[in-house]
Design a protein around this ligand. Structure first.
Ligand SMILES: Nc1ncnc2c1ncn2[C@@H]1O[C@H](COP(=O)(O)OP(=O)(O)OP(=O)(O)O)[C@@H](O)[C@H]1O
Length: 700
């Protein structure tokens, strides 16, 4: 149930002073004066509702201020005839015997005046509290929709003196939002309860007996400023396991979106289009003189390309000179394209093509911009350039791909423990995180009766902080389709590859699990990563015993739990970040309001929009925010000034500023709160006009 809270503060509108001293300045009246000055629809000329319900009013001669019609003819016995009162009023059409009969059990409506009198003469505790305002005429109507409309109208009248803008506690109630609700013709049941329920319990009972009106919840007021979680609880400046500090995260995202928009340099002689993919960009270019990259025994290249049908980027892994013998080779692609796992790069489709002037197999994957392979990240040696040699310019720095090769070149050591100038060792927590993620992916694939077939540091991508994904699933299945192998053996091989990967990453050496350095590698793992890591790695590469992934997961149960907790904290962080992004929209809305209000030609001659009206303040404020000039008359383009002004306007602060007319002949000192009130007033006027053509009124 939503809660309507009435604004606590009253804005002081800056208006053109009235020429008539007796007449209060329009818009400057307080909430109270508004309520008293506004002609009420509820007068004593309104028919008493007890007459409507019961046909008579027992308070008629005891101070009930409402109209009691003269007695009805004797042929209408269901409606007892109340005595006639003075004050001519046309017969109300809603008085009917049927309604009275239906409402026979309804509690007696106690009119305000009568209840006040009763209370003052020691009325019973059950007397309803004095309402803050008399019921509206619409409350007597049996048409729920008429009633709703009138309530809104009354509500609007009552609120006309209130400042919706800011209650001083950071809560912004926008008039625009209210106006939108008004335009919809709906009202909130909770609001109704608050408004009438406080003093009109009987009215609630009356509604219960009346035909059930259709209550529709108000749409959310998107102008509300929503405070996010306390920073102490979800610190956005702390580097957490999966989510970097806010500023870094933002930078990473920006870089990703820039990468996606990059294009390949000319001269690469790539096909313009293949199978609905265009704008190919190689993600890695092999520098001249180095051996071409291979996938197993096949030469392979990875491209990013845009799919014409959805405009999204994908990764195309091309295997050169592949001859498709049977279409059944694509069978496993169906499985992989249906597998959705956070540690597996999703597969979209596979096809063969002659677009590269050969027979190529292409497997299409999801694209994770700026991702790096674990080999790139942890295994490449950093060799500082000789002091006299300038840093070499890479052959190709694809804007759409990754920077390859690094400025110092890159080489994966093939044997022996590499110490000295290389990447820093993989932290133990990170190692366990990789292990848990990979184990999860293996379990999913093995359970489905498949094998991963390529668990290797060059084929595992780091896609965001400590998040990894197996990147080439399915390709090997297609390539090896002609040499069927027992899936159980393939799964055992997966676990062996997993063990070798642990050795490789812990020792930062691809040959760490074999050869003369094997014992050294074990000592290294024991020393830097502990007994658990050593046992796991050894067990995985051991031959003879039948292994399964469940045993692995059992043995690392504690690490899995830690991973889950980090992942959940990461989720909280992302939610927190997302929430703060929502707030950005507030400034856009303010700017949009400016756009709606300023320079409207149709109001050029209206006094309120002219050089003396309160709308003029908005115009001057717009100049103050956007059209500042320096002492030489040159434009000042200070973004922080704009943001500061808009935020203060949004908050409606009491801080004052001086607005200068364009001819510099006059100036005004106003607060942001004043400007905000003017803005809300102007926007409210526009909204009212827009309600006349609801189709044209699209507030959000
Ligand atoms: N799905 C993907 N999204 C984004 N980038 C990817 C994706 N798959 C691969 N890449 C990038 O493409 C590049 C080439 O991938 P590839 O699998 O050939 O790795 P590699 O490091 O070249 O391995 P190898 O040394 O075996 O050739 C890698 O740098 C990798 O970061």
């Amino acid at each position: 149930m939503s809660y309507f809270s009435r604004p606590q503060s009253a804005a002081v509108r800056i208006v053109k002073p009235s020429s008539n001293p007796d007449e209060p300045a329009k818009g400057s009246q307080s909430a109270t004066s508004s309520a008293t000055n506004t002609p009420r629809k509820d007068t004593t000329q309104r028919q008493c509702r007890n007459i409507v319900i019961y046909g008579r009013c027992k308070y008629q001669d005891k101070g009930c201020i409402y109209y009691h019609p003269p007695s009805t003819p004797p042929e209408a016995p269901a409606t007892p005839s109340p005595p006639a009162t003075s004050g001519a009023r046309p017969e109300s059409p809603v008085v009917s015997g049927v309604l009275s009969a239906h409402a026979v059990n309804a509690p007696v409506f106690v009119p305000k005046a009568a209840s006040t009198i009763a209370a003052s003469v020691g009325g019973s505790a059950s007397s309803p509290p004095t309402p803050s305002r008399p019921p509206t005429a619409s409350a007597y109507s049996d048409d729920p929709f008429v009633q709703q409309d009138n309530q809104w109208q009354d509500y609007e009248e009552e609120q006309s003196g209130y400042d919706y803008s800011y209650d001083g506690n950071g809560q912004m109630e926008s008039l625009a939002g209210q106006m939108e609700e008004l335009s919809t013709g709906y009202y909130d049941d909770s609001y109704d309860g608050h408004h009438y329920g406080s003093g009109y319990d009987d009215a609630a009972a009356y509604f219960a007996t009346a035909p059930a009106p259709m209550f529709i919840r108000q749409p959310l007021n998107y102008h509300l400023y929503t405070p996010t979680t306390t920073p102490d609880f979800v610190p956005s400046t702390t580097n957490t396991h999966f989510v970097p500090p806010s500023a870094e995260l933002r930078q990473t995202m920006q870089e990703r979106s820039e990468t996606i928009r990059g294009v390949a340099p000319p001269g690469l002689n790539l096909p313009d289009e293949l199978q609905g993919y265009h704008t190919l960009v190689p993600l890695e270019v092999t520098p001249t003189g180095t051996e071409r990259r291979k996938f197993g025994n096949w030469y392979s290249t990875v491209y990013r390309a845009i799919k014409a049908s959805d405009g999204l980027p994908y990764v195309l892994r091309r295997i050169e000179n592949y001859r498709l013998v049977s279409a059944a080779a694509f069978g496993p692609i169906e499985f992989w394209s249906n597998l959705k796992h956070p540690t597996v790069v999703s597969v979209k489709e596979a096809f063969t093509t002659r677009a590269f002037d050969d027979n190529s197999l292409v497997v299409v994957y999801a694209y994770h911009p700026n991702s790096r392979t674990l080999a790139d990240l942890h295994l490449k040696q950093n060799k500082p350039p000789p002091a006299t040699t300038p840093v070499p310019t890479p052959t190709f720095t694809p804007r759409g791909g990754r920077f390859q090769p690094g400025p110092f070149g890159g080489q994966i050591p093939q044997s022996g423990l590499v110490l000295g100038q290389q990447q820093p060792p993989v932290p133990e927590r990170t190692m366990w995180s990789y292990i848990v993620q990979i184990a999860g992916a293996i379990k999913r694939v093995h359970e489905a009766g498949y094998a991963v077939r390529n668990i290797d540091a060059t084929k595992i991508l780091l896609t965001s902080q400590n998040r990894i994904r197996l990147s080439s699933c399915g390709t090997m299945d297609v390539l090896m389709h002609d040499t069927p192998q027992d899936v159980h053996l393939l799964q055992q091989e997966d676990l062996s590859q997993f063990g070798r990967l642990i050795f490789t990453l812990c020792c930062q050496n691809t040959g760490a699990s074999v050869g003369p350095h094997f014992q050294k590698s074990i000592d290294h793992i024991l020393r830097f990563y502990g007994q658990d890591m050593k046992s796991l790695a050894l067990w995985l590469i051991s031959k003879g015993s039948v292994k399964n992934i469940d045993s692995v997961l059992d043995s690392i149960r504690g690490r899995v739990l830690q991973e889950q907790e980090d992942a959940l904290s990461g989720m909280d962080r992302y939610e927190h970040e997302l929430q703060s992004e929502l707030e950005n929209a507030r400034l856009v809305r303010l700017m949009t309001k400016f756009g709606f209000i300023n320079e409207r030609p149709e109001f050029a001659r209206e006094p309120r929009w002219s050089e003396t009206g309160d709308r003029y303040i908005i115009k001057l404020f717009r100049d103050y925010v956007f059209h500042q000039v320096d002492e030489h008359g040159n434009p000042v383009l200070d973004m922080s000034h704009v943001l500061e002004c808009l935020n203060k306007l949004d908050a409606g602060t009491d801080e004052k500023m001086m607005l200068v007319a364009r001819d510099e002949q006059s100036c005004l000192v106003v607060s942001y709160k004043d400007v905000k009130a003017c803005m809300e007033g102007a926007f409210s006027d526009l909204t009212k006009a827009a309600i006349a053509s609801p189709a044209a009124y699209k507030h959000r």
